[in-house]
Design a protein around this ligand. Sequence first.
Ligand SMILES: Cc1cc2nc3c(=O)[nH]c(=O)nc-3n(C[C@H](O)[C@H](O)[C@H](O)COP(=O)(O)OP(=O)(O)OC[C@H]3O[C@@H](n4cnc5c(N)ncnc54)[C@H](O)[C@@H]3O)c2cc1C
Length: 303
Amino acid sequence: MNEVNELKIFSENIKGKIIFDYDLKKTNWFNIGGIAKAYFKPESLSELIAFLKKFGSKEKIFVLGAGSNVLIEDNYFKGVIIKLGKNFSNISLLTETTLVAGSATIDKKLSEFACKNNIGGFEFLSCIPGTIGGGLRMNSGCFHKEFKDILLSIQAVDKDGKILTIPSSKIKFTYRGNDLSKDIIFLSASFKGKFEDKQIIQNNINSLKVKKDQSQPTKIKTGGSTFKNPKDQTNEKVWELIKKSVSLDTKFGGAEISKKHCNFFVNKNNATFTDMKNLIDFVKQSVKSKTGIDIETEIEIVK
Ligand SMILES: Cc1cc2nc3c(=O)[nH]c(=O)nc-3n(C[C@H](O)[C@H](O)[C@H](O)COP(=O)(O)OP(=O)(O)OC[C@H]3O[C@@H](n4cnc5c(N)ncnc54)[C@H](O)[C@@H]3O)c2cc1C
């Protein structure tokens, strides 16, 4: 039996959904992407485990959060995209200052929940448009705070369907990354904050949002920061390097550089994957030849 038929039989026996030949364009902030062989939205953890036990080692799998840090190729994706939905987005209090959130929880929701419960330390999450799963993978952060600063432990499942609990102390975090296997799927995480009055927390959130809105574009088709700051090579921010190396009017097809923040690239006019990739490559090469510095993408290219 071929793999598509096996997936079809599996999908007939579950409550969740497997959609075949799924258009990935609408799944990500860039609005770019091709057709995936299958798109799986498990209804429950047991369904996800059953799927992994059967297909975890033979299918190419990519887990998608809110799609705010990915640039997806527009060729056919020969595998299964897994999207964790609302049953993976519960938030609950463990103690007065610790809480647990499902990996499909939107960062902003966790920040709001913490505020409502007088738990400070989660304010920065109100400025990151991803999910907890994406934030754990990326060690996302802003305003001098990263996921690692509030994380206690992660619950995950490996590609054989085995559940793992990983304490934060066992994870080596880096700037926008960590040493965890790419093969594991995060299910939930527990976090620690500190007791603080909700009005003070709300004021902090409001002022961070104002700062963010002043410096970065928000309501556009973008993947956020395209490149990481090359901290090991220079103290200059990557946007400063881009600004002095490239004309900010540079365009490739529908792909442009944001006028508000030159490290944000925008799908302005039905850009294809190739348009965006050409813009990324051009900027990277221009920075290298002008400054001698190698810059690395922060957004993930999904093939
Ligand atoms: C307007 C804008 C502003 C942004 N501002 C910031 C910022 O201030 N700071 C910052 O750090 N980032 C920022 N970003 C980037 C992005 O929001 C973060 O990287 C975010 O944490 C990605 O989360 P996501 O759910 O969208 O992940 P996705 O983009 O869907 O995926 C990113 C990675 O996480 C993996 N992943 C997602 N869920 C899981 C899971 N459950 N298990 C295992 N792996 C998983 C994916 O496989 C992929 O490797 C911004 C992006 C935009 C568009």
